[in-house]
Design a protein around this ligand. Structure first.
Ligand SMILES: Nc1ncnc2c1ncn2[C@@H]1O[C@H](COP(=O)(O)OP(=O)(O)OP(=O)(O)O)[C@@H](O)[C@H]1O
Length: 282
């Protein structure tokens, strides 16, 4: 980020009287850190959607972002792999590092970054191609394979890790769009895994799914954290409590509080968090 941008955001903070007494600036993880955000602001045109958010994401954990509708969870999530770059009016300032490297440095190849930090969206969005091609596409365009055998291996391993292989192994050439919603979402997870990401961002991955498909994705998320760092935006506090080890609570663009999930749900520090988790607002 340029000095000019830093000056501008510091000015904005001074103007922001609504800012609650938050954890901003303090590390939110004791041990190793995979992704570190410091003083991040996100604007859509003149409107500021994220205000001075500083937090850490620990490796091989599931971190949940919770908070009332419109508080900026998805906006902040998208800042973590520069998905906001595709929104013309969106501007991000502050510092976000992946393993210590500034992801907004102008030398960063955004396509490579999004391979390292993959994303799964709210609505399953398989390509209108075969199940095989959905998974093979990423490794192929990233040049990860030299031979068809290697590609077959990646497709099978990714589908297996996404808990889908047994259900689809006899119909890999059929369209991905012909699968059920839950299967499509697992296909999207397989597609994300196929390029060997380090971090997987999930934006309400179960909101279009029934309870059985949701339970399968939640189980899968728990298994995936062995190999990946996962950040999930969810509206469901039960889901956050079930799948995550750490939870961040957002309100009106601020990070109000972040801590281990059990503490956030049983003994939050901030009254806003308490109000949200007990259903008094949101
Ligand atoms: N593309 C956009 N253009 C302009 N404003 C946007 C855009 N996307 C989000 N916003 C605004 O930014 C704020 C934060 O939105 P965001 O979607 O990040 O919140 P959220 O907490 O994820 O909400 P929800 O839980 O409803 O999905 C909202 O006021 C929203 O209207």
């Amino acid at each position: 980020m340029s000095d000019e941008q830093h000056t501008e955001s510091a000015h904005d903070h001074a103007q922001d009287h609504a800012r609650p007494d938050t954890t901003a600036g303090k590390p939110t993880v004791d041990g190793p850190v995979k992704v570190a955000s410091r003083h991040v602001d996100v604007f859509y045109g003149e409107k500021q959607a994220i205000k001075d958010v500083s937090l850490d994401i620990a490796p091989n954990e599931v971190t949940a972002f919770i908070g009332p509708s419109g508080c900026g969870k998805s906006t902040f999530l998208r800042a973590l792999n520069r998905m906001n770059d595709i929104i013309d009016i969106c501007r991000v300032t502050g510092d976000i590092r992946l393993d210590g490297d500034d992801i907004y440095d102008r030398r960063v190849d955004v396509v490579q970054l999004r391979a390292r930090v993959g994303m799964v969206f709210q609505k399953p969005n398989p390509f209108p191609k075969s199940i095989y091609e959905n998974v093979a596409y990423g490794p192929r365009i990233h040049g990860l394979v030299a031979h068809k055998d290697e590609l077959d291996e990646i497709v099978h391993t990714s589908l297996d890790r996404a808990g889908l292989l047994n259900e689809v192994k006899d119909r890999l050439e059929t369209p991905g769009t012909g699968l059920s919603g839950g299967q499509q979402q697992r296909l999207c997870i397989a597609r994300a895994i196929a390029v060997s990401p380090e971090v997987i961002l999930m934006d309400e991955p179960c909101s279009a799914l029934d309870p059985i498909a949701t339970a399968k994705i939640e189980e899968l998320i728990d298994e995936l954290r062995e190999n990946y760092t996962i950040v999930i935006v969810t509206h469901s506090m039960q889901q956050a409590a079930r799948v995550s080890q750490r939870t961040a609570f957002f309100h009106l663009g601020h990070l109000v509080e972040m801590g281990d999930t059990e503490t956030i749900f049983t003994n939050p520090e901030h009254r806003l968090t308490q109000g949200y988790i007990t259903g008094r607002f949101g």
